[in-house]
Design a binder for this molecule. Structure first.
Ligand code: DON
Length: 309
């Protein structure tokens, strides 16, 4: 397996240069386009890795499934679904998901920014710090890594420049979708959780828990009920790669989530969690080489959920 991973990275290395670093968050321009790493946590109890799997980067949008899990743990499916819908938007991650003068909860999805900002209000905690801390703790637990921290420089960089996300927050507020909370505080919580620093190893562990329907590897400790895995994986399948989700479903066929830090977390239900890092992005904000590696891995290991005999 390790040989296969090494081989895939070599085959896909040329694609790292086809993408661009995200530059709308200035701090992310410090990334290195040459980085390419993969980590796999498999249900046979083994882990496999190749390339820059230890390199750290910010989780960015890959925190959205974690936010959704915490919102589900705090509120249950009915309440979460009544506030943030499940239909794929088919739009870019920072799109304004509204029709003319109406903004309905069913038009926002937990995997796009508007839905994620709304979900920040569903996380229990009296202060931004308390809410952030609970998301950080859940991330550490899922990743089996107590050392995960926030990247202060990326957080400040996004806080300074994230006016589109602020605008999305104010739109949500004006349509009554952020009830008692202060918009700046809600958006601040979103900026902080996006700045959590991870590696592809961490992402593979998080993906594994979704693949195993809520259980940690090794100890088999249950972190969330199996029905939440069904809910989250379905949303990842249909909207995890934004307006690239259809293409990804055809080419890879796995629930997955991308982030503009260059990470992709993929879930092969019952089989494995996969974490990939390559910071060159396509126009939709998804890692170009990361998708290519996943496409090849899926083909060689028959991972697509649409290919089962
Ligand atoms: O809100 C933003 O713009 C970033 N913090 C996260 C966006 C993101 O990762 C989109 N993913 N591909």
């Amino acid at each position: 397996m390790e040989e296969l991973l090494e081989e895939l990275l070599e085959e896909c290395r040329p694609y790292t240069k086809q993408g661009k670093l995200a530059d709308y968050i200035p701090e992310l321009t410090k990334g290195n386009l040459d980085d390419l790493g993969i980590y796999v946590v498999s249900s046979d109890g083994k882990c496999y890795q190749a390339g820059d799997y230890k390199k750290q980067f910010t989780i960015q949008s890959i925190v959205k499934p974690i936010l959704l899990l915490q919102a589900l743990l705090d509120n249950g499916i009915d309440r979460v679904r009544s506030r943030v819908g499940v239909e794929a938007t088919g739009k870019p991650f920072d799109a304004i998901n509204m029709n003319d003068q109406t903004l309905l909860s069913e038009n926002i999805n937990p995997m796009v920014n508007m839905g994620a900002i709304a979900m920040c209000t569903l996380i229990k905690g009296d202060t931004v710090e308390a809410r952030f801390q609970r998301i950080l703790e859940l991330t550490r637990k899922l990743a089996c890594n107590p050392e995960i921290e926030m990247d202060q420089d990326v957080y400040l960089s996004e806080k300074r420049t994230g006016n589109k996300n602020r605008a999305l927050g104010f739109l949500l507020k004006s349509y009554g979708m952020i009830e008692d909370d202060d918009v700046e505080q809600v958006v601040d919580c979103y900026f902080r959780v996006c700045s959590i620093r991870v590696s592809s190893k961490d992402l593979a562990h998080i993906g594994y828990v979704l693949a195993s329907r809520g259980k940690l590897p090794q100890t088999e400790e249950r972190v969330f009920p199996s029905k939440y895995a069904t809910y989250v994986n379905a949303i990842l399948m249909t909207c995890g790669m934004y307006d690239g989700s259809g293409d990804f479903a055809v080419r890879v066929g796995l629930p997955a989530k991308s982030g503009v830090g260059g990470g992709i977390m993929a879930v092969a239900p019952t089989r494995m969690g996969i974490g990939i890092f390559s910071p060159g992005l396509d126009a939709k904000g998804n890692s170009v080489a990361g998708i290519k590696v996943l496409e090849k891995l899926s083909q060689r290991m028959y991972l697509s959920i649409f290919k089962r005999n």
